[in-house]
Structure formats: structure tokens, C-alpha cells
Unconditional design. Structure first.
Lengths: 432, 92
């Protein structure tokens, strides 16, 4: 194998790496995908939502064959207080079943399927192959050194898709080490329940499901989010906490998850369920300003490795897929020109910029700093909003104007009216 | 549900050599907070008080990378396990 040279080597068989591989293999390039796990997906974790766009551009109607769980027909957003929640959501039949917007998925199953599509397109998948370093000659990446016997593989270009802990980008000197306020430490449980129970509890038809994004006091003042997604015969329940806040507030994600399972709004949804698996992963949270250089001499970076996650909309795998497609297309053009230099691959960065990926990240570029510098959204407002809502809806002979005054007093006492007004203004400006 | 019971549900194929190690125990000895211990979602890190050393049980590592990022001194040598070893998720 040492003498064999590929057009491209992809490091990491996740959605970003595999779609890059498929785009290149479809165009006839010789592609090797290296995966450190026993199979593609065996190391891969996310909350669990996979969008139809943009993979259906590369693999039309893929969902008819892919192992997806439930088409998400309703997206709920809950602000949890200690005793309950207030919330809203959108449910629409246009999310299902003909052209679903997104599904709940299990990455160990979905990524394995996607790796088979890459193989069918002509890419070579090598599993149990950990890439230990990049091979470089005269400042140019020319291949990878792997844990395989006889482990050096050469290629014109290396697609760095090794995920959020991208040791390769770090070793390349593209970014210094990730900072604790740029990633969330997340944990998740898969809790099995019969399909009928899920249909009843979430008020859905067979094959359809609900996602619930959770904000609120359960993060104990830390910047963090939770989620609850319905799968075919299980619930995915998890949360992520900014690593800097884990350290600052001395919190344990596993304890917070255990407490969340006992929350009065969550407990009935998972009652009677059996935990099947416990998982952990980092989520990029740095947004626009954390995205490193994404291409150079003989390399491109895609997906989580390039920190491409839109946290506000809990979008990640779709950014991974889009970046993989754009990187793959750029490499196909570079192959035509025979130019794999930084200049020859620069089109990828341009394509990212013109796509929804960098447009969305740029739109919300102020979000990470705003959240981090506004602990009131995690330690004051969730309880305050829930108490205000409870006060307003409790019928106890007190007039509505008096109720309104009580709520204003609550806001004034716990946050201050000026503070609340400023928070609303700043929030509006940050998200505009 | 106890964390150890949850970890019992996870499939591992542990290597005989660790992919995690402390670079310099004297740095850990001076670290007051030791955030690696609380930060790890799988309780892999512990403080051995007698020798005043921070020890790791790499066999139960979920490979998330939290310890790598949370260590204020960059004192954890964090690698991926060799090919095929480590955590093997059923669901993911």
C-alpha cells in the first residue's frame, strides 16, 4: 500500500468526510476514506437531528433507503423552570411525510450506511485506521501516517474531517488549541420505549416524531442547552454545557443529565423507559470567529474539524454535509487543473463564504460572546419567566392589573427593569 | 441511575496501552481545581491523594476530549486510541 497514491485521502468517516468522498468518487477520483473506528459511525455522536438538505442534492431521495428514525413534524422549544416549563413550537404536515425537513437518526447506523454509499460510488473505506499525523514535504501536505502496518498513504490532497477534536489541524498549526469557551461538553442517553408509547406521548402518526430543545435553569446557571428527540422506539435525551462554565461552576454533565431526567416536564415523557446507551461528545460553540483557515497546501478542512456548527438553530450535520460537498467539488476542479496548492484549493473557502454556512455563522457571530457574558439568561430568566407565567394564569381573586404589577415587580426585583430592557435590546441586535 | 451503571451499557474494546496520560505530575500537584476530574463525563480521572498524582482509567474513556480542553495547563497528552480500539457505540 505504501507505493499507492490516491487523488484524495479523507480522514474521518462522518457526514463531512463521507460526502466529500462521495462527491469526489462520483467524479471518478481515486479516494480513500480512513476511519479509526471498527466501522463508520462507531465513534460518532450528535444529538440526533439530520436534515434532508443538502444531502439530497448529492444522493437524491436518500431517505427512502437510509436508516432514519422518525421524520420530525413538530419542533418544540421549552424554557424550563424548576417546577415546569413554558414553551412554544411549530408543527406542520409540510414537514412530513413526502418531503421531510429532518429526522432523528442514530449516527452509528446512519454513518455506516453513508459509508456504504461512498464505497458504492467508488471510494475505498479503511476502518480501524487512526491517522496519527500528516505527511508533509516542503510545507505541503502529501499524505497521512496511520496506525496500520506499513501505514503511510500518499495523496494529492487530504480532506481533514477528523471532527471537533481535530488533532490534525492543531498539528498543522492552523489553530492553536481550542479554548474552553469554544466547545460544549455534551452527554446523552438513549432510552428505549415501545413505538405506541412514543406515538401517544408525542401525539404523532407512525414514523413521525417530535424534537424538543430545552433551555433553562437545569443548567444551573451555565451556558448550555438540552434536547429531547423521539426515535422509532426510543428517546434521545441529552445536554451540552460550555466547558469553561463546567470548570467555573464546578458542574458535572452526568449529574445535570440525571437531574434533567427527574424534571417534572421530562419525567413523564421517559417514564418506564430503559437506558440503552450513554454517550459523550464535544460540540463546537465558537461560531463564526472560531472557524479556522479551512484550506491550504494540499489540504482542506470540513465539518466539525472546521468548527462549522450553527448552535442557535442546532444545525451541524447539514453544515458538515454542505462543507463536504463544496470541498469535494473544489478538489474535483483542482484535479482537472492539476493544482492542489493553497491557491488551487482556495475556491473552497470562497464557496463556503457564499453558502448558507458562513452567511448564517456570520449573522450570529455575536451570539457566543453575548451568551457567555449574560449569565442572567441561564440563572435568572428561566425561573422568572416561569414564575411570571404561573402568576398570570393562577386564578385567585386578584385582578389582572394587580397581577401585571406583581410580574413587573418580579422582573424589577430579580433583574431590574433597565437590565431587562437592555437584555431585550442587546438580544435583538445580536440576532438581527 | 448511577454513572457506573450507565457506563456498563457502553461497549469498549480497550487497548493494553493508554491513549491518555498526564504530561507532568508536578503541574497537576500544583493545580488546585483539577477540573479534569469533574469535567470527565465518564469519571476516568481521579486524584490519588497519597502520592498526590492524577491518574486516568483510559479503558472507560468515551473519547469526547473534554479533559483535553478543560485542563487549564494543557497538561494532558490526549490522542485517539489506536485503530479499532476504544469506545464502540451501538446507537451513536
Amino acid at each position: 500500500m505504501a507505493d499507492e497514491k490516491f487523488d484524495a485521502i479523507v480522514v474521518g468517516a462522518g457526514p463531512a468526510g463521507l460526502t466529500a468522498a462521495i462527491a469526489m468518487a462520483q467524479a471518478g477520483l481515486e479516494v480513500a476514506v480512513l476511519e479509526r473506528g471498527a466501522f463508520a459511525g462507531s465513534k460518532n455522536v450528535m444529538g440526533g437531528i439530520f436534515y434532508r438538505h443538502p444531502l439530497d442534492q448529492l444522493l437524491p431521495e436518500f431517505w427512502k433507503h437510509a436508516p432514519v428514525e422518525r421524520a420530525i413534524v413538530e419542533q418544540r422549544y421549552w424554557l424550563l423552570g424548576p417546577n415546569g416549563h413554558m414553551g412554544g413550537g411549530v408543527r406542520s404536515q409540510s414537514f412530513a411525510p413526502e418531503t421531510p425537513n429532518c429526522w432523528s437518526v442514530f449516527r452509528a447506523k446512519f454513518d455506516r450506511w453513508l459509508s456504504e454509499q461512498a464505497e458504492q460510488a467508488g471510494a475505498m473505506l479503511l476502518t480501524e485506521a487512526t491517522v496519527e499525523s500528516l505527511l508533509q514535504e516542503k510545507g505541503k501536505v502529501v499524505g497521512v501516517h496511520t496506525s496500520l502496518d506499513d501505514g503511510d498513504l500518499h495523496a494529492d490532497v487530504v480532506v481533514i474531517a477528523d471532527g471537533v477534536n481535530s488533532l490534525l489541524l492543531r498539528d498543522l498549526g492552523v489553530h492553536s488549541e481550542i479554548k474552553p469557551n469554544q466547545v460544549a461538553s455534551s452527554v446523552k442517553e438513549i432510552i428505549s420505549l415501545p413505538a405506541e408509547k412514543i406515538a401517544d406521548r408525542f401525539n404523532v402518526e407512525p414514523g413521525q416524531g417530535v424534537s424538543i430543545e430545552l433551555f433553562g435553569s437545569f443548567t444551573q446557571g451555565a451556558v448550555g442547552l438540552g434536547f429531547l428527540y423521539s426515535n422509532q422506539e426510543s428517546i434521545s435525551l441529552g445536554l451540552g454545557i460550555l466547558v469553561s462554565d463546567l470548570a467555573r461552576l464546578k458542574l458535572k454533565t452526568s449529574d445535570i443529565l440525571e437531574a434533567l431526567k427527574e424534571h417534572p416536564s421530562i419525567r413523564p415523557l421517559i417514564a418506564g423507559g430503559k437506558t440503552e446507551e450513554y454517550l459523550a461528545h464535544l460540540i463546537p460553540e465558537g461560531g463564526y470567529h472560531a472557524v479556522p483557515r479551512v484550506s491550504g497546501e494540499g489540504w482542506v478542512a470540513v465539518g466539525d474539524a472546521a468548527m462549522l456548527v450553527d448552535n442557535l438553530h442546532r444545525e451541524g450535520s447539514n453544515l458538515a454535509v454542505q462543507s463536504g460537498i463544496l470541498a469535494g467539488q473544489t478538489i474535483v476542479r483542482a484535479k482537472e487543473k492539476g493544482d492542489f496548492s493553497a491557491a488551487g484549493l482556495a475556491g473552497y473557502q470562497q464557496a463556503l463564504k457564499s453558502s448558507f454556512i458562513m452567511k448564517d455563522l456570520k449573522k450570529y457571530r455575536g451570539l457566543p460572546h453575548w451568551l457567555e457574558s449574560s449569565p442572567q439568561f441561564f440563572n435568572i430568566y428561566p425561573e422568572l419567566m416561569n414564575d411570571a407565567g404561573t402568576e398570570f394564569l393562577t386564578v385567585d381573586g386578584v385582578g389582572k392589573r394587580e397581577k401585571q404589577n406583581r410580574i413587573l415587580k418580579m422582573v424589577s426585583r430579580r433583574r431590574g427593569l433597565w437590565g431587562a430592557a437592555l437584555d431585550a435590546l442587546k438580544g435583538g441586535l445580536t440576532l438581527k | 441511575m448511577k454513572l457506573e451503571d450507565k457506563l456498563f451499557l457502553v461497549t469498549f474494546n480497550p487497548d493494553h496501552q493508554s491513549h491518555l496520560s498526564v504530561k507532568d505530575q508536578s503541574v497537576c500537584a500544583q493545580c488546585r481545581e483539577k477540573p479534569c476530574i469533574n469535567g470527565c463525563p465518564a469519571d476516568c480521572w481521579e486524584h490519588e491523594k497519597e502520592k498526590n498524582e492524577v491518574l486516568v482509567s483510559f479503558e472507560g474513556c468515551l473519547e469526547c476530549g473534554t479533559c483535553r480542553i478543560i485542563c487549564p495547563y494543557g497538561n494532558i497528552d490526549w490522542k485517539y486510541p489506536r485503530g479499532g480500539f476504544g469506545v464502540k457505540y451501538k446507537f451513536g
